[in-house]
Design a protein around this ligand. Sequence first.
Ligand code: NAD
Length: 353
Amino acid sequence: MSKRIFVTGGAGFIGSALIRYLINETNSIVMNFDKLTYAGNLESLKSIEDNERYHFVEGDICDQILVTKTLKKFKPDYIMHLAAESHVDRSIDGPGEFIQTNIVGTYALLEAARSYFSTLNDETKQGFRFHHISTDEVYGDLGETGLFTEKTSYDPSSPYSASKAASDHLVRAWCRTFNLPVVVTNCSNNYGPYHFPEKLIPLIILNALDGKKLPIYGDGKQVRDWLYVEDHAKALFCVVETGKIGETYNIGGFNEKQNIEVVNTLCNHLNDLVENKPDGITDFNQLITYVADRPGHDVRYAIDANKISSELGWKPEETFTSGMKKTVEWYLANLEWCKHVQDGSYQRERLGN
Ligand code: NAD
């Protein structure tokens, strides 16, 4: 039977990948609830916007009355909560929005969900899930060895990761205290099509094409695990359908890479794919420039994604090589999208992931 899925943040990078997957690969009926901040772009959903199983409401998750009204009308089987302020650098410049959306907004959504859940009959209650989508950054800095598991203690470093950690705790508390049936996922760095150009990978590609410097924080040796966004979308659907209530699942790509390796890989793909290089450039790697490190920059994140693969059978399909190549090809073919999503105030001056 087709599921009715209420997605928050569906116009963002991961949310739009999830909705394209739900519409194209499942028979789900989707409600996208999104505030359309600078990071939310309906253009990322153009390919499915006319599908009769897709619906959109523009709204803020902090607006509990609107969320409650929309839930009552749409009657979801699942809520998949992705709406967030998501960029670490912005959280350092101004943490306020992060506290508001990520903590207060998650609280408002939980209360609206609890009130909606209380109106369901026993059978519908059984199938209902509130799926909270979070990050591996809540675990903090890992050091040179070891992996984050679902049992690793929280130790967030940035205002972004602290606000996500707070929201994870709220979601688990609503499960334990009010019996709201929740599942939580913590995922590593995503990359792929439709990524807003302030994040490391699109920033590097677009700067390189313009012959601009490729800024790398510190020594570039920070390690992240990278997951292709479409693999993440599949993992999320797998967890909401088959995950156990109250459980947390880490999601990762089994791709630990230093930031500098990521940038070198992108430059090498661009060297192969771009015929008309900017003046004076023979190898894009020559544009790499090291800049002062981000304050509180964690050195290494690495995820143990064995629980989701052994218990639920999910595994990433893309390797780092295949995913990066697809991503570079996508950006080269979609420079118009990049132009459209960048407003006048954002000039790619920001770095990071
Ligand atoms: P994004 O910044 O690309 O998109 C966020 C979306 O949320 C946008 O469409 C925005 O308009 C919407 N939004 C923001 N505030 C809102 C509000 N108050 N009400 C309603 N909508 C609002 O983010 P993303 O990279 O797609 O990340 C999605 C989720 O996944 C986030 O919760 C993030 O913490 C988590 N996550 C991201 C990554 C990653 O690598 N990008 C990794 C792990 C987890």
